[in-house]
Design a protein around this ligand. Structure first.
Ligand code: SF4
Length: 387
């Protein structure tokens, strides 16, 4: 990466060189062979996989082997609310996780760190975080998780169950390592320095391999997990990592809560979302005549990328859109309108599902099958070799 690139879970700046990140983070490309292996179990492939939006992994091959051998695995993901409710870029790892859960019928743990962004000074107050947390949980449930195989927990509420394992993890991570991995500095709050230990704990919830789908910027936490877990007699966690999902201002932009025009929020009125799409950055030419003559560039177009990520399930239709764009047979206005219609339909349906989610929320937090088990879970530290 260029020298000026900042890349920690809290900050991503500069141009991201994904190829270089693989080497730097010790991760591997998701290959066609690996996807073929996955498909043997799932029957089909989600477009996030077949289109390599999730482009990197660690130990996904071992997860599949464990599954084939009957050992099983479990899923873990999460989101820390800061300034806004969820937007479309946020849901990508959740959509991936939900699909994997549905295909493999495995337990899924969803951490809601209701302290992280407050400690990182990205949230104005804890009260603001609390209200966002409740809305975020409903947004997650509305994505279709299995209510008996999913446990959603808030750190500050579930801390009694997490703390012993976090202490054991924390003792094994020294400040020099944490500073190097997370970019801590003199102004970092002491709470944030401890926080990574807590985020590792759910990987120890079961004595099976844990698979975590996430954006590659979250990788530092889990590289540390891989150093510690085997010493505690647990599996190194496996990862499925996505590219950074673009915002609406350009292919290298991010959806950002502080710039609402760059993001489609799940609670945006559908008409407001449609307007944002109509203003999105495209790869089109400045005039209709030039577009007809020279064609557009879908590779740098946010509209095309959003079709590719979530809103065009048909590979054939996606490739036709690409061809028509480059041949100048498609105009950006028309193309944006089509995406806006799809996003409007998605948001309407999501917002309808939120009402259902409200009714079943407690199953995920407290009284579904997995949630009930987890409220009795304690970290069995006395059986560790060293504790
Ligand atoms: Fe993007 Fe569509 Fe315009 Fe092509 S026609 S540049 S895909 S908005």
């Amino acid at each position: 990466m260029p020298e000026e690139t900042v890349f920690t879970p809290w900050e991503v700046e500069g141009v991201v060189d994904y190829e270089k990140l693989l080497k730097e983070f010790g991760a591997y490309r998701v290959t066609d062979e690996l996807l073929a292996e996955l498909k043997k179990h799932t029957g089909d492939l989600h477009m996030l996989l077949s289109r390599k939006i999730f482009y990197a992994h660690r130990d996904l091959d071992l997860v599949l082997k464990d599954y084939a051998d009957g050992k099983g695995f479990f899923l873990y993901t999460g989101i820390a609310p800061s300034r806004s409710t969820m937007h479309l870029a946020h849901i990508v790892p959740f959509v991936m996780t939900q699909w994997l859960q549905e295909k493999f019928k495995v337990n899924t743990y969803i951490m809601i760190p209701d302290e992280e962004k407050y400690l990182a000074k990205k949230a104005s107050s804890l009260a603001k975080v609390d209200s966002l947390v409740e809305q975020t949980i409903l947004d997650i449930i509305a994505l279709g998780f299995d209510l008996d195989r999913t446990f959603i927990f808030k750190d500050r509420e579930y801390i009694k169950h997490l703390y012993t394992a976090a202490v054991i993890v924390a003792r094994r991570v020294n400040f020099s390592l944490a500073k190097a991995v997370f970019g801590f500095h003199g102004e970092t709050s002491i709470g944030l320095i401890f926080y990574p230990a807590l985020q590792i704990v759910p990987t120890l919830f079961e004595k099976k391999r844990c698979l975590i789908p996430y954006g590659i910027d979250q990788d530092p936490y889990f590289r540390i997990q891989r150093d510690i877990a085997p010493k505690l007699g647990y599996y190194k966690t496996a990862s499925l990592m996505s590219i950074l999902i673009p915002g609406l201002e350009g292919i290298k932009s991010k959806m950002s809560a502080s710039k609402p025009e760059t993001a489609i929020f799940l609670r945006d009125p559908p008409e407001v979302a449609a307007k944002k799409i109509m203003n999105a950055f495209t790869g089109g030419q400045p005039t209709i005549r030039e577009q007809r003559e020279r064609g557009g560039n879908p590779n740098i177009c946010c509209v095309y990328q959003w079709f590719r990520i979530l809103f065009e399930p048909s590979d054939k239709a996606l490739s036709e859109r690409y061809e028509k764009c480059t041949r100048g047979e498609l105009l950006c206005g028309e193309c944006k309108k089509e995406l806006a219609e799809r996003i409007k339909a998605f948001l309407k349906e999501h917002q309808r599902k939120l009402k259902e989610a409200e009714k079943i929320k407690d199953k995920f937090l407290y009284d579904g099958k997995l949630a009930r088990e987890m409220w009795n879970w304690e970290f069995d530290y006395k059986t560790l070799k060293e504790y």
